[in-house]
Design a protein around this ligand. Structure first.
Ligand code: NAD
Length: 470
């Protein structure tokens, strides 16, 4: 595997026409590597190559597509150490999480390989047969964020390839290196032009969304960018899957066994330093358990080892970038200024790197920034409630709806409440768990479309009805 990072365009490893830009390690602020800076002209070449490759790739027999994905999974496994290491360096997460991310990439690739694309028979009578076929769309553009960069790239790319589409990927300029490696791995197993990757700081993403040869954009990122993409995609009525921001609420019912669930609550709120779209971001706790649960969460937060993800024993890394770090600082300062009690953390660590310790904020409520805004960082506001109906209403009083959760010893009661939450996935006694066979997506301004499972796979296809008069 090459260590000087290159674009992949039409099967070739190439340098960026606009030189390079630096990728920064958020733990040390050192330069990890120079990343190629592609021009719009190079994007056009990549899209043209993908369009050309689609002509034959779309006809690849299913069994061959499945085998190709398994071979890609083998190669990801064979390069697992290098991929995990580059993820830690450019993204900041602790090594065990990066290894989990690579493991997830392999598992998702293999699961996607085994999915089938059905032909549905709608009528089969004496004079007529009607079948519903699913055909690939053409060139799919993938635009990914910086939080789980390899995993999300795999979520976008594998179902696109499995269904016979070709791909142009654009990773976040903050964490592009692992996706360049992934593209190199995929490129070794598919014909030239099937898998392309272009990296750049600005402009490439918006050029993709307006590009008339790209048939679909699969985007994971913030809601404002999703809105911009939707406007731009109108140019040729691109298909869209938009996985956008959330502000997930979790409701702890009075009967919840907090001794048992405190650790899971903490982990699902602070996974990846809270930089996870479907992390628990607002915790509503019944008055009767409020102080006790706060205490338990503080104890778990204080037991974390914050540091460079490369170091042995580190459980909690830095925030990935300066803008996100500044947002976290602002939101906690705003909470403090408005009567919030900072139970632990609450100040950035001194020294180099974007380190902010896990922070629990009590005595805040709806209408305050820390509750209303997606913090996407290592902070959890804990909100007191008295009446369950009021907690449900507050959980739903929000423009976004990605995930939600209800925590209780009474599953039946929890289920009744769960089904009232306005979100794409609702967990009972859990949160933030995504699985390859369970469709995942948002409602309201968290986007539309789903990933994973059969439903997710079919989003990379267009239906064609075959109406046969015998
Ligand atoms: P972002 O929207 O700033 O950037 C995401 C990607 O879009 C990057 O590759 C970026 O370069 C690109 N981009 C920026 N402007 C663009 C434009 N005008 N046209 C096309 N592409 C453009 O998001 P981010 O800060 O990288 O990620 C954090 C956000 O992503 C959070 O809101 C988080 O909730 C969300 N997210 C959602 C999910 C999900 O599955 N719903 C998963 C992970 C992250």
């Amino acid at each position: 595997m090459q260590t000087d990072h290159k674009l992949i365009i039409n099967g070739d490893s190439v340098t960026g026409d606009q030189g390079t830009f630096d990728v920064i390690n958020p733990a040390t602020l050192d330069v990890v590597a120079a990343c190629p800076y592609a021009s719009i002209a190079q994007l056009d070449v990549a899209v043209a190559a993908a369009e050309q490759a689609f002509k034959s790739w779309q006809h690849t027999p299913d069994a061959e597509l499945k085998q190709a994905l398994h071979r890609i999974a083998d190669r990801i496994e064979a390069n697992a150490d290098a991929l995990a290491s580059i993820i830690v360096q450019e993204q900041g997460k602790p090594m065990f999480l990066a290894q989990m991310e690579v493991g997830g990439a392999v598992a998702w690739t293999r699961y996607t390989a085994e999915l089938d694309i059905p032909v549905e028979v709608l009528e089969d009578s004496e004079h007529k047969r009607i079948e519903l076929h699913r055909k690939p769309l053409g060139v799919v553009g993938s635009i990914t964020p910086w939080n789980w960069p390899l995993m999300i790239a795999v979520w976008h790319i594998m179902p696109a390839l499995r269904t016979g589409n070709t791909v142009v990927a654009k990773p976040s300029g903050l964490t592009p290196l692992n996706t360049l490696m992934l593209a190199e791995i995929i490129n070794a197993e598919v014909p030239a032009g099937v898998m392309n990757v272009v990296t750049g700081e600005q402009g490439i993403g918006s050029a993709m969304t307006g590009h008339n040869t790209i048939r679909k954009i699969v985007f994971t990122g913030s809601t404002p960018t999703g809105q911009t993409i939707m406007r731009s995609a109108a140019s040729n009525l691109k298909r869209l899957t938009l996985e956008l921001g959330g502000n997930d609420a979790g409701i702890i019912l009075p009967d919840a066994d907090i001794d048992n669930i405190a650790e899971t609550i903490f982990q699902t709120a602070f996974i990846n330093m809270g930089q996870t779209c479907a992390a628990l971001k607002r915790l509503y706790v019944h008055d009767s358990q409020y102080d006790a649960l706060c205490q338990k969460l503080v104890a778990i937060a204080q037991a974390q080892t914050v540091g460079n993800g490369m170091d042995e024993g580190v459980t909690f890394g830095p925030v990935q970038n300066k803008a996100q770090f500044d947002l976290v600082c602002d939101l906690v300062d705003d909470a403090r200024a408005n009567g919030g009690r900072i139970l632990c953390g609450g100040e950035p660590l001194k020294g180099k790197g974007y380190f902010y310790p896990p922070t629990i904020v009590a005595d805040v409520t709806d209408g305050q920034r820390i509750v209303d805004e997606e913090q996407f960082g290592p902070v959890l506001p804990v909100i007191r409630y008295h009446e369950i109906d009021d907690a449900i209403a507050r959980a739903n009083a929000c423009d976004v709806g990605l995930g939600g959760s209800v925590w209780s010893a009474d599953i039946e009661q929890a289920q009744k409440i769960a089904l009232q939450l306005e979100c794409g996935t609702v967990w009972i006694n859990g949160h933030a768990e995504v699985l390859p066979h369970a469709p995942f997506g948002g409602c309201k301004m968290s986007g539309f479309g789903v990933e994973f499972g059969q439903e997710g796979l079919l989003e990379y296809t267009v239906p064609q009805t075959l109406n046969i008069n015998r």
